[in-house]
Design a protein. Sequence first.
Length: 198
Amino acid sequence: MKRLHRKDLYAWSVFTERLDIDFNAFAWIREAGNVIVDPLPLTPHDREHLQKLGGAAWIVITNSDHVRAAKEMKEAFGAKIAGPAAERETMALACDRYLSDNDEIVPGLTAIELHGSKTPGELALVLEETTLICGDLVRAHRADSLMLLSKEVQKNPEKVAASVRRLAAMDRIEAVLVGDGFCAYRDGHAMLAELATH
């Protein structure tokens, strides 16, 4: 796994040829139990690394299209799974907890509901007010430039715009970690503000 902008954050990725970008999964390493977001399959190296870092206590799935390797990781580490409350009926995997807007998953990690995306209850996660973790709606197909899921796939562009304005109003965001594409480790608030004007 790759260490990110904070010593307690890691990521691992799988390249997708269809889009020419990486799909990303994230691990927040914490004494009270590690939190994994949108887990991808682990290579033997990454599995061993994660095991040395304490395994996984929680797996958070940001939307029903990001179940990915959650079942395998739950079985490997005995983790509990949390997912969007609004997608309870469409999740391919039962969750131990269903998250709604402003729910605190563990201390320091809060769920934000995004509306109008391709699934009805997609979540973004805010880590200690300074790092935003996104699933599908906010992405980056080139470095240093956030973008949105294409309008052809969005269910309601007006609700999407309102959700992005809400994210842009979080003026302490420094980093934006995306499930699809290039993560941004600086100037996150400015990049979100720019995205909100499109």
